[in-house]
Design a protein around this ligand. Structure first.
Ligand SMILES: [Zn+2]
Length: 135
């Protein structure tokens, strides 16, 4: 779906086009704030697990540009950056994307979820994660 938009099929409100990443507005009904912006890599990746180093770098650098522009042009005094990767994460579109959400003091948006995971892990989880990381 985002690959189609990047290829020029369909309508998008572009905020920025760069060689390796682009930014555009989500559909009006899914905006968490005014100026809520999505940043996606040009190269297809489903999420953080399969994205290349170049795609991750490009997406984060463009998110930084957008955050700075939101501060300079809109007076946003912060941003929240949200992303979901994988079928257990409530990811809506299977193409890596960062939501860059400008914030203003007292804007009424809740930053942190009001629930926590009910998943239980055994005591070895930290050793298992460490063992799965490259040395
Ligand atoms: Zn894609």
């Amino acid at each position: 779906m985002f690959c189609d938009l990047l290829a020029g099929e369909g309508q998008a409100s572009w905020v920025a086009r760069r060689e390796r990443a682009s930014a555009f507005l989500p559909l009006a009904e899914s905006r968490l704030s005014p100026a809520h912006t999505l940043v996606v890599p040009s190269e297809h990746a489903v999420g953080i697990h399969d994205a290349s180093a170049e795609a991750l770098q490009a997406v984060l650098l463009l998110a930084q540009e957008i955050a700075r522009a939101m501060e300079a042009s809109l007076g946003a005094r912060g941003v929240n950056i949200l992303s979901a990767s994988g079928p257990g994460s409530d990811q809506s579109v299977p193409h890596l994307h960062l939501h860059v959400i400008p914030r203003w003091q007292g804007d009424g948006l809740d930053t942190w979820p009001s629930t926590v995971s009910n998943r239980q892990l055994d005591d070895a989880w930290l050793d298992e994660v460490r063992a799965s990381l490259a040395p």
